[in-house]
Write a protein that binds this ligand. Sequence first.
Ligand SMILES: [Zn+2]
Ligand SMILES: [Zn+2]
Length: 584
Amino acid sequence: MADKETKDAKKAEHLEVMRHSASHIMAEAVSSLFPDVKFGIGPATADGFYYDFDLPRTLTPDDLSTIEASMQKIIASNLPFAREEVEKKTARKIFSAQPYKLELIDELPDKTLTIYRQGSFVDLCRGPHIASTGEVKAVKLLSIAGAYWKGDERRPMLQRIYGTAFETKEELDKYLYRLAEAAKRDHRKLGKALDLFSLHEEAGSGLVYWHPKGALIRHNIEDFWKKEHFKRGYDMVYTPHVAKLDLWKTSGHLEFYRDAMYASMEMEGQDYQVKPMNCPGHILMYKSQLRSYRQLPLRWAELGTVYRWERSGVLHGLTRVRGFTQDDAHIFCRPDQLEDEVVGVVEFALFMLKTFGFNEYDVKLSTRPDKYAGTLEVWEQATEMLKRALARLKIPYEIDPGEGVFYGPKIDIALKDSLGRTWQGPTTQVDFNLPERFDVNYIGEDGLEHRVVMVHRTVLGSMERFFGCLIEHYSGAFPVWLAPVQAVIIPIADQHLDYARQVATELKKEEIRVELNERSERMNLKIREAQLQKIPYMLIVGDEEIASSTVSVRMRNGKTLKAQPLAQFKDRIKKEAETKTEIV
Ligand SMILES: [Zn+2]
Ligand SMILES: [Zn+2]
């Protein structure tokens, strides 16, 4: 086990060094195409590498092929990477025609700097590198983007070339396949093609409009979500979207969370705040009466829409937005109930993920951040308790130091989609702080007041982000229980319309979401359209089906089932919807 980990770590390290070295090779190739190029920097990234260039003209995709071909020659020549230590003065001379490098040289505190040469190319670099260019086994240039020097929009805009490199051609091909697949599944693209949602610049960035089909999927998710909560002893609540600013002073949000909040608004001399979180509202309701230890735990769930400020630059489709609905809940409990509650929440979250076909996930325990409320002792206790809960669940996890929320530590579950990419998902947060700030208590067995403990949690994350993830995970082909249209009926010709209508009526009676394509187009065109819309079933009806009182069933993956009585098809689709499992 340990040996394997060391081996994996070594492999990852070598990959990073190789990719960074590939960026030097790319820089050499660019300089042979553009002798006057001014070099920025060229680091390795999580998936590859890039280099920034100041060039006399804008790069085209054709340039990428030329540069790549030139890189292949450099790789084939197997030139050694030679390290040299030079005085700062000498370095200034070597890079006298390179203003960005000169800037870097002047910023470095050291007297001696290192430079690396391969062939006629020289770069200022700390290293390390691979021994020679031939060690780059499989390389591919991917894209061109603009990037300000040092990320500063007041500095020149450079051209950044992204590329990647792998140890083998097979690994590179696999990566490229996944990239192409990810592009095909992009939820922004599929959201438009399948008419699921939209965003409108004129209404404000990062605010999501759910179209009927997207809204229906959301309804199905929420319906399921509510049922599962009721089963687990939760109650549903609703709270307003706006509250007096004072409430957010008491909660500490103004002090610790202001950067993520919209500005407040003044009405009749009173400041109000659109809510960034649902917690204070739930606390007010808890405090509306005296609570006895016998009533606890109280588990209150709300599909609560919140608004948080995010910079325009970081907004992304459904996954980084400014308005979103958390599948939120707060558990008010006694300290002795806390561990069981956390175990219950994490189990619940994993059950939810499994239902949507996420069987792999990464679990992280986030500890105290720099800006925190409460005492060190309480933080320590809460963190230990979360560790015990995870140990009871036998779930492996990693510690994410300093990534807790200001009021307490948390357990985050990142889910892995069908392409193996990770998405931020459910979270469970322990909070000893808000009960303190709001003076939230219960009457104990001893007849005295005791401080309550709160758990904040979501089992999906937010509806928006989870939906974005689901679209890409399923590639838009939603399982029957979620699909906005579960079956489309396709009559072969106009004379089959009456029978097609009968079939539609029969299915609708059973609450099967069915559409009838009445347009007089060719059958193949209708099938093609249904496939593009990723509708699970197509029911084709013509003379034969009418004569035998059957339907011919075609699945969206192209597979066809034997003509069958409608009752048989009904059973199949109902079973799929009920079990939330596809019959293959
Ligand atoms: Zn380097
Ligand atoms: Zn909360």
